[in-house]
Ligand binder design. Structure first.
Ligand SMILES: NC(=O)C1=CN([C@@H]2O[C@H](COP(=O)(O)OP(=O)(O)OC[C@H]3O[C@@H](n4cnc5c(N)ncnc54)[C@H](OP(=O)(O)O)[C@@H]3O)[C@@H](O)[C@H]2O)C=CC1
Ligand SMILES: O=C1O[C@H](COP(=O)(O)O)[C@@H](O)[C@H](O)[C@H]1O
Length: 491
């Protein structure tokens, strides 16, 4: 049931791409569902000389496809105000403070303020510190910061950023967005594990052979090549989204389903990740860059990409958690651009019996397949469990079948957008689905070792064809130990 939230959101980057594609539609859904109503306002800022009318028309355009009526759109947009603002100019923050105070009184916002920084990362700490120094904070309600990715470029820069933010905001005021944590099926990991003792009791190295996380995309870098070339797949997807998913898969059960306890368990899991030395990186991580295929240019000929770019558009790796639950269980991950399809899934591959007694009795080759539990994140959302059964008919050979539970179309319609859920959580002060500094720091420490090794060597790129599942070496990462990716392009 909706509980109306009361807040003023000041959005830095209101004229940008993320705001119109993700943030306004998310806020509109919250509005339609009554999570925000009368006691809500938003101040949008950017350098552009827009006025309230222009801003409201941009906001309206970005939400009208989801509206029940024009009136609903204009009621929603009437809560939006625009102030042209250059974040490098301290004087402008005083103007913002004045508007915030007025809107607080007009909408009875109880001094609740959320500052959402949707700007290039070089501005993150500048804005946070100006908000504090120019006293834009309220002294009655809450003052919270939502901050976009990327949170640093490596551990050192992330720490600098965090130290700088800490002089303006306490950790419990900071909400670091990782939109994968807002996805329905990612949020389902804990429910599946801890809501089913049958599952949780086998969630360890005694029963699980390996775990696989695949976040595949079938598009190239598009208009974000300028950013992407300074990042690469490892920083863009592994350091944040994949590490967050891994921490939810590997963590121990929290003693309370509350943000503090859950995040503590996630950190503990990440702290047990084995950090690789150079030889281990070479053995356990594979990077790729797409080549040309038909009309598709190779990555190095995309707009805004240098012709000698060493940036990876694909990464696959094997990770190990060094604790009693997971010792000996490889966690394989892969992600990349221009792959065979767009999908995100987790495959938990269980151990097979040591001997295939059915095959032995029948004098046939082993036929038992591993039991596999799949969490389908997107585009289909649901669970699948592959199990063995007796082959129908005479004799006693085996084959496999699947239990499938997909969210129905009407359930899918109820699924909140990731940003909708996360903005709502931030308004409620719930940190469960935001990355804590300790998690981010640990993820960077792991990723930095890989970057360090990769940066010391020129890659042999391009090494995969668009429309495939990446370079051959990503298959070999598993086949050398007799395993396979549970999802393969030809399946
Ligand atoms: N777009 C996406 O799909 C995703 C984006 N992100 C992150 O979200 C953030 C925003 O990205 P995105 O919207 O794509 O970026 P855009 O380049 O589209 O927008 C940048 C925004 O910054 C504003 N801006 C730039 N300089 C100043 C300044 N000196 N003072 C005030 N405002 C300024 C621009 O406004 P103006 O030009 O009017 O000054 C614009 O609103 C980034 O951190 C990005 O990494 C994260 C995930 C996905
Ligand atoms: O954070 C990012 O995620 C998107 C993929 O997100 P999805 O929800 O569409 O799976 C990715 O395209 C982008 O490069 C990255 O910055």
């Amino acid at each position: 049931m909706a509980t109306e939230q009361t807040a003023l959101i000041t959005l830095f980057g209101a004229t940008g791409d993320l705001a119109s594609r993700k943030l306004y539609p998310a806020l509109f859904n919250l509005y339609k569902k009554g999570e925000i109503k009368e006691h809500f306002a938003l101040i949008g800022t950017g350098r552009r000389e827009w006025d309230d009318d222009k801003f409201r028309s941009v906001v309206s355009d970005s939400v009208k496809g989801a509206a029940d009526s024009d009136q609903q759109v204009s009621d929603f947009a009437s809560h939006f105000y625009y102030k042209s603002h250059d974040v490098t100019n301290p004087e402008h923050y005083k103007v913002l403070k004045g508007v915030a105070d007025q809107l607080d009184a007009k909408y009875d916002l109880k001094g609740n303020r959320i500052f959402y920084i949707s700007l290039a990362p070089r501005f993150f700490s500048l804005v946070a510190n100006n908000l504090k120094q120019q006293n834009v904070f309220s002294d009655n309600g809450f003052n919270r910061l939502i901050i976009e990715k990327p949170f640093g470029h490596d551990f050192e820069s992330a720490q600098e950023l965090n130290d700088s933010l800490s002089s303006a905001f306490d950790e419990d005021q900071v909400f670091r967005i990782d939109h994968y944590l807002g996805k329905e099926m990612v949020q389902n990991i804990a429910a599946l594990r801890f809501g089913n003792p049958m599952i949780e009791s086998v969630w360890n190295n005694k029963f699980i052979d390996n775990v696989q996380v695949t976040l595949a995309e079938n598009m190239g870098v598009g208009e974000r090549a300028g950013y992407y070339d300074t990042s690469g797949a490892l920083r863009d997807m592994v350091q944040n989204h994949i590490m967050q998913i891994l921490s939810l898969l590997a963590m121990d059960e929290p003693n309370k389903y509350k943000d503090v306890e859950i995040r503590a368990q996630k950190v503990k899991a990440l702290q047990s990740l084995h950090i690789y030395d150079e030889d281990e990186v070479a053995k356990n991580f594979v990077r790729g860059q797409y080549g040309a295929n038909g009309d598709q240019k190779d990555y190095r000929h995309e707009d805004n990409v240098p012709e000698d770019s060493n940036t990876e558009t694909f990464v696959a790796g094997k990770l190990e958690f060094q604790n009693n639950r997971w010792a000996g269980v490889p966690f394989y991950v892969r992600t990349g651009k221009l792959l065979a399809d767009k999908f995100a899934r987790i495959d938990v591959v269980f151990k097979k019996p040591a001997l295939d007694d059915f095959a032995r009795a029948n004098g046939t080759a082993p036929q038992l397949l591993p039991s596999v539990l799949t969490i389908k994140i997107e585009p289909d959302s649901g669970f699948e469990m592959q199990l063995n059964k007796k082959h129908v008919g005479q004799g006693y050979t085996t084959d496999s079948f699947k239990f499938t539970h997909d969210l129905t179309d009407s359930e899918m319609k109820e699924v909140p957008l990731p940003y909708e859920r996360l903005i709502n959580d931030a308004m409620k002060g719930d940190h469960t689905n935001f990355a804590s500094w300790a998690e981010v720091a640990q993820a960077w420490k792991f990723v930095d070792q890989i970057e360090k090794f990769w940066n010391s060597k020129k890659a042999d790129f391009p090494n995969y064809t668009p429309g495939t599942m990446g370079p051959k070496a990503a298959e070999e990462l598993l086949t050398r130990s007799g395993r396979n990716w549970a999802f393969r392009a030809e399946d």
